[in-house]
Design a protein around this ligand. Structure first.
Ligand code: ZN
Length: 157
């Protein structure tokens, strides 16, 4: 991910999880993965984990990993509580950047016509974040998302 300007200077644990485990963890049948931030004590180092469904086609798995990595990237920057449209939008944007850089064309088309095109927080969030990155640059967008004031007016939708 360093190659697309999204390195994380923090260890991220990646593990597979059974469908049953994912369902129990996320209370949903459709979840393919999730990222989690936890801290065992006030002075402990935070732990960032990514869990992925153990059975996925290769590019689905890599795309899901890239998406969850987007969440991990924000956690590593101490951005923990964003409105879902911004956290999912940012993660969709990271997935998009990953696919555009690494995936073959037919895979890109399949994914770009999927969640990125929808009207939910994933699709809408993706369009908002992608537009802002285009205008302001990635680093400035992450700064705005990290700001203590939680002033997201720049992202007004
Ligand atoms: Zn997500």
């Amino acid at each position: 991910m360093d190659e697309i300007g999204l390195g994380v200077d923090h260890p991220v644990v990646v593990a597979e999880m059974s469908a049953r485990g994912l369902k129990a963890e996320r209370k949903s049948d459709s979840v393919l993965g999730f990222a989690r931030w936890s801290k065992s004590g006030a002075s402990a180092k935070p732990r960032i984990e990514i869990h992925l469904h153990e059975r996925m086609p290769r590019w689905k798995m890599l795309a899901t990993l890239a998406h969850e990595y987007g969440h991990a990237y924000l956690f590593a920057r101490d951005v923990l509580h964003l409105p879902p449209v911004l956290s999912e939008g940012f993660s969709e944007y990271v997935e998009y950047r990953f696919l555009v850089r690494f995936a073959p064309d037919h895979v890109q088309r399949r994914f770009l016509n999927g969640p990125h095109a929808r009207d939910d927080e994933y699709g809408e969030g993706f369009r908002v974040v992608a537009t802002k990155v285009h205008q302001l640059g990635l680093e400035r967008v992450v700064e705005i998302l990290s700001s203590e004031t939680r002033d997201f007016r720049a992202f007004e939708m």
